[in-house]
Design a protein around this ligand. Structure first.
Ligand code: V47
Ligand code: SF4
Length: 371
């Protein structure tokens, strides 16, 4: 059945909302002003329906998940971003660093349960040398060649280039040669210079983040993109962030998924309050509509909570991330989500959202459908 904007949206009285909705249904790109209008509108259910319509055209009734594991090898970090409760100084009693044996043990546990992906991201200690990052990838690949390694954010890649004197291209090529398969999307935060000066003044800036991803795509390394929202940024700055990603995706086509990350304030220097579920759902829906050149939008259950993530699967998102097993970054900032989920739990969450659970690998190749 074809959706007709007049009948589906008959309860919506806002003419400008309807004009934008019609544009979206006609597969025309919306601009930044129109995205802002959608953010400021109170037509939440119509917005969700619009985003979900786009999502179903791209992904049908599938909602994806992956059997994966996060490994955060250390929480010692020289950058001390104000929104982050995870990164601590070496002298902090909470500071830890995993040995290579501990890291390999964690990968082995994943391997034995049939997992497919390790997602490695952590703090950036001033005393780690370049080879440390490369050797973690190399050792994992050597022992577990079937495991897909999604490791090191653009911020870490930029840092590696800085300490080694190598170019992004050299660093990424060496990591690829060691066994790196994909880059995670962390470190993007909000691209606005104004915001970065407040929340993360010392690490890679927007241009550097985007350039790392550009080079990765050129080398055939796919990557993900994130946006940390709900702190000091304006709605304009969120939309500008999406615009910069949309432009790079037009150029390279190398992004696989966009992941809006809801900010958790507990234990951070920045403080503030949690996002509302309405804001979370709007952000999922608007990103689905705005990023028309991205195939996937992730409802990351760790930041959204399981319940909002489930609703988000009907607001334009098509992916829940995965079993994860152990997550330290957002848990340090107060999330009450479980540390990990079983496959059964994720399958159930998805089925109860009215979607078909599709287990995937890192590259969105379907491994198993749970009808
Ligand atoms: O870059 C840090 C964020 C990110 C907080 O690529 C916080 O598939 C909320 O990027 N509240 C790391 N978020 C996690 C990440 C990620 C997660 C899942 C999947 C993928 C992927 C990437 O966590 C950091 C930062 O943006 N973060 N502190 C906080 N207080
Ligand atoms: Fe370090 Fe990343 Fe936390 Fe910033 S967000 S303090 S770079 S771990």
């Amino acid at each position: 059945m074809e959706l007709q904007v007049e009948t589906v949206f008959q309860t919506v009285r806002d003419k400008e909302f309807l004009r934008i909705a019609d544009k979206v249904l006609n597969e025309k790109r919306i601009n930044q002003e129109e995205a802002l209008y959608l953010y400021r509108s109170n037509e939440l259910t119509a917005l969700g329906l619009l985003a979900e319509y786009i999502n179903r055209k791209k992904n049908g009734m599938y909602a994806y998940f992956i059997v994966n594991r996060q490994i955060n090898p250390t929480n010692v970090c020289m950058y001390q971003c104000d929104f982050c409760a995870f990164g601590v100084k070496k002298s902090d009693p909470k500071a830890y660093e995993m040995s290579m044996e501990e890291i390999l043990k964690k990968v082995e546990e994943l391997y034995l349960m049939g997992g497919r992906e390790v997602h490695i991201v952590g703090g950036i200690p001033s005393y780690w040398d370049y080879d440390k990052y490369v050797s973690i990838v190399r050792e994992i690949k050597k022992r577990f060649p079937e495991i897909i390694i999604k490791a090191w954010t653009a911020v870490e890649i930029h840092h590696m280039a800085k300490i080694s004197g190598k170019s992004y291209e050299e660093v990424l090529s060496e990591l690829k040669e060691a066994g790196l398969d994909a880059l995670p999307g962390g470190g993007a935060e909000i691209f606005s210079e104004r915001v970065r000066k407040i929340i993360a003044p010392y690490k890679a800036n927007a241009e550097e983040y985007l350039e790392v991803h550009r080079v990765a795509h050129k080398l055939g390394i796919p990557s993900n993109a994130t946006m940390l929202y709900g702190h000091v940024e304006t709605l304009e700055e969120r939309v500008e962030h999406m615009e910069m990603l949309r432009r790079l995706q037009d150029e390279t086509g190398g992004f696989q998924v966009f992941i809006p990350l809801a900010y958790w304030p507990e234990g951070t220097r920045l403080g503030g309050t949690r996002t509302s579920s309405v804001d979370d759902l709007k952000t999922i829906a608007i990103s689905r509509i705005y990023l028309d050149n991205f195939d996937h939008i992730k409802a990351y259950w760790v930041t959204l909570g399981e319940k909002v993530a489930q609703v988000a699967l009907n607001f334009g998102a098509d992916d829940l991330d995965g079993t994860i097993q152990e997550e330290k970054i957002v848990h340090a900032a107060g999330t009450k989500s479980a540390y990990g989920h079983s496959v059964d739990k994720l399958v159930n969450l998805i089925k109860k959202a009215g979607k078909t659970p599709a287990e995937r690998d890192t590259f969105y190749r379907v491994v198993r459908v749970y009808d």
